[in-house]
Ligand binder design. Sequence first.
Ligand SMILES: Nc1ncnc2c1ncn2[C@@H]1O[C@H](COP(=O)(O)OP(=O)(O)OP(=O)(O)O)[C@@H](O)[C@H]1O
Length: 756
Amino acid sequence: MGKERNFEQKRVDTVVGKIEKSLLKTQHEYDKARTERSSVEKNYVQNAKINTFEVDDQMETNAEVQQQKQLIAKNVETEKILSRQIHLLSDLEDSPYFGRIDIHEKGETSPETLYIGTSSFNDDMGNFLIYDWRAPISSIYYNGTLGTVSYTTPIGEQEAQLLKKRQFRIQAGKITNMFDTNETVGDELLQEMLGEQSDEYMKNIVATIQKEQNDIIRDTTHDLLIVQGVAGSGKTSAILQRIAFLLYHSRSELSAEQIVLFSPNLLFSHYISEVLPSLGERNMRQVTLAEFFAQRFEGLKVETLFDNFEKKSSSSVNTEITVKEDADFMRTIKEYVTNLDSSHIFFNDLILVDQVIFSSSEIRSLYSKLPVAQPHHIRHFELKNILIKELKKKIKKELNAQWVLKKIDSLTEEEYYSLLGNYQRGRFEDIEAEINYLSNKIVSAKFEPIYEAIYNNYFIDVYHQYSEFLKEVLSDDVVRFNNELEYHRIRLEDCAPILYLRDQITGEGQNHSIQHLFIDEMQDYSLAQIYYLHAAFPNAHLTLLGDSEQALYHEIQAPQELMKDLKQTINPKRARMIELNKSYRSTFEITSFMKALLPDGDKIQAFTRSGSLPKLVLTDESNTISKLLTEARLLLKKNETVAIITKDVATCQVLLKSFKTKDAPTLITNNDRSLPKGLVLLPIYLAKGLEFDAVIAFEVSQNNFADDSSRGVLYTICSRAMHDLVLISVKGISNLITAIPSGLFTIEQDITFKQK
Ligand SMILES: Nc1ncnc2c1ncn2[C@@H]1O[C@H](COP(=O)(O)OP(=O)(O)OP(=O)(O)O)[C@@H](O)[C@H]1O
């Protein structure tokens, strides 16, 4: 392979040389664009300062300022594009490609050699020196074993002979590893990648995508794609590469703003935020369920999954799925609205300061006059139009009111010009027209909150309506719901049903522009919530991913059952479920331990990367902190990030108090957006989706992990560890652990007995 390696290194050198040239050119263009922008900006500031009180000057300045504003926006966009290109080229300069395929296409006279990297790169003649990993032909690299292969192109399936598949690891322009393989992507390279230390940011996996992950990434035919994957199987990685793939393939029809990802927490959002930029793409929109609901229930404290979990964790609250979390509950709402008599719709008064502008009885009376044969959402639309017309009448009536004329008289010059806005003073026919214009502005501003209220449907008393609905279908719950509302609180299980009820009446609340909706950790969502999200994003293809075994908040549901439920819930045209059973994150020893925690853990395949056996440390209360510190220090010697993960936040807080300040780990809270290196302390729900070099699970007593419902919690904690796992038990060991075969972990006893 020595000769071959020399040949390949020479090619790398040539390609890197060309990339360097291109990088210099792009850098130069970027600098030029920046200089241009800063000079336009200077100009803009100058112009904006010019006397704007003289009409002629003002007209001229306005036009110029507008033009310069547009120019700045254009330059900013150009700079962004160039900056992304610089990033990409710098990455390519370091590592231009990771794969090579030699193929002989049907009908061609000779074979062709293609090199595959994170993005494509051409020479000046337009020859492809590197193919983008997302190009149709690159799929051969991920899917094919030597021999006849096929790949999908825009004009249909193409056949070719795959003659050679070569993998590279290139760092700083030097080939550090290279080998030929017949496998999808050989284990050797994967071993190397997975053995590295964790980072603040997740890395892209394009060089080592596995065949079943590739199926997820390149799926364009299903409108419901469910990925059920064991912990560490690359679900999150696969969907991020999938987003990059979709953006590449539908470049002209799809933009990053049309993709939404529901992520489990803010730390996770930060953790994955560099994957798409590293592939030259812009990030999709990201939101947590808590943020999504909080924006829609302004003024109320919305219970989050975390609050809910803490509540369940600290008491014996039932973890069974409630009626309100079921998709049938949403269907009942739909039916309720269909059969709802207009006299049973509840409205709010629309009040401005102390004055009732539209009373609820007035609104009801308007509504009752609309044709009953029309569905509620059509009547609602009509009602909105009527209210806006009525509002305009009220505005007109008030134009000549004394207070308005007084206000005009007392306007300062600044207020006057701010009211004029883009309108030019000289354009009024006479003084009356000017006064008319100004009073319209003043009165409209006064009534603006009412306009907003109509626009946002605040005149529908959705809470009262929901309470009435509960009376009919779940009467036991009415008092509880109303009490919560009195304290300006709303439970999580009520959020999706209330929004759905509102949307059924108003026919609004949908976002039609979103083309793809991704939900990570789908096992944490109720079917009612998924039903609602599907209704709220009606044009979106759905990709749901999760691990039924990592269910923290509900009882575990078998994947097939979930698929059946989701199909019924969403009613897709084409649905597909892909299972990922190979776990990549953790060492063989940690994965084997995790497998043994689960009754059906046998399906999990451990990746063959070896490390130490997980260690169970038994200690007592007096030694807890010193033992924790000893273990943490040992782990920190070889790892950058060590996380003490507990079952809930209450355990974190108690533990933290026992540390001396200088030794204390960094407590991670719900509001943290990034993880520091070193020793951190956090409850499991904040660690969802994340990974750490080493994990200390605290405290794995029978008290904390007593039964089946906490199995998922313990499994999720252990599965966050990449290289080392230590479990600490203070008050006796959980039966979930004693049931694990003894060869899968070591035990260290550290209990001192007090002398009598
Ligand atoms: N094909 C791959 N090549 C390289 N690394 C991979 C590959 N697949 C997964 N990994 C790595 O394995 C780890 C786990 O991946 P990821 O977080 O995507 O899994 P997950 O299924 O979402 O995990 P979980 O459900 O446990 O949070 C990450 O470090 C990821 O980079």
